[in-house]
Design a protein around this ligand. Structure first.
Ligand code: ZN
Ligand code: ZN
Length: 271
């Protein structure tokens, strides 16, 4: 689906959204679960472009529903894998590896439960290392479609990125905000310190002039974007987890069922 000229939401992807930025040089923002590499390459061909023109594979953050096919896609196209410098860990041989949900950050049971049955064979946690070729920091920019700027918005993960496509007044929020179709929410997070950090990150975006927002989960939003993002941080985000679960149990149930039934993750949960 072409969201605006040159910006495509890749179809047939399992896990998070994958968005293709097809300027003279091309980039993809997130790749979903493992196993999407061929689908993304096929999509690039379907819009009449060569997979060889893909220059960057950008990870909004390390979670494997977003970074799962980064390595596959790198093997297929030669594109560089990009992440924020706080989203990588050094390997003994000097390479930079994308964080994994292994040390200190196991994938929680509730998350596995939500994605259970989403796709048979999806591992509980990332099974292989993803080498990151380029790290970026707050304010860095890539020459894609009139300029893609990186903003460091930690909270959901230490190196979560928000991207601004300057020529299109377009924002990519990763999992910092989830679009539940009828409302926006912040991701479900147990740790209150991380929630405060995420809120500070979202408040830092308040003054941006943006017409369109893309999310890691859910469809793009084209109306009253910043008004709605701003109103999120006006709501309290310090509710105990059990209350969030109670408040959202219908959404959680729907999310679980939808995942069981078909590919794609149309909805998220949070507060
Ligand atoms: Zn995430
Ligand atoms: Zn996600």
């Amino acid at each position: 689906m072409e969201i605006v000229p040159g910006v495509y939401r890749v179809e047939g992807i399992a896990g998070s959204n994958a968005v293709l930025l097809a300027g003279e040089q091309m980039a993809v923002v997130d790749t979903g679960f493992p196993g999407n590499g061929e689908a993304i390459v096929g999509y690039i061909r379907s819009i009449g472009r060569s997979p060889r023109d893909l220059r960057w594979i950008i990870n909004t953050h390390h979670h494997f529903d977003h970074s799962g096919s980064a390595d596959e896609l790198h093997q297929l196209t030669g594109a560089s894998i990009v992440a924020h410098r706080d989203e990588v860990v050094p390997a003994k041989d000097g390479r930079k590896l994308l964080r994994k949900g292994v040390e200190g950050e196991p994938i929680p049971i509730w998350y596995r439960w939500l994605f259970h049955g989403h796709r048979p064979g999806v591992p509980d946690r990332p099974i292989h290392d993803t080498v990151v070729h380029e790290t970026v920091d707050h304010g860095d920019r890539l020459e894609v479609l009139g300029g893609l700027r990186f903003l460091h918005t930690p909270g959901h993960t230490p190196g979560s990125l928000t991207l601004v496509l300057e020529g299109q007044q377009m924002l990519f929020l990763g999992d910092s905000v989830i679009n539940n179709v009828n409302r926006l929410s912040r991701p479900l997070m147990w740790d209150r310190k991380k929630r405060r950090q995420l809120d500070a990150s979202l408040r830092s975006l308040r003054e941006l002039a943006v017409d369109i927002a893309c999310f890691g989960h859910g469809p793009p939003l084209q109306e009253a974007v910043m008004e709605r993002v701003r109103s999120l941080t006006d709501r309290p985000y310090d509710m105990p987890t059990w209350q969030i679960v109670l408040k959202n149990w219908r959404t959680l149930r729907k999310f679980y069922r939808t995942n069981r039934q078909r590919r794609g993750v149309p909805e998220g949960v949070g507060s």
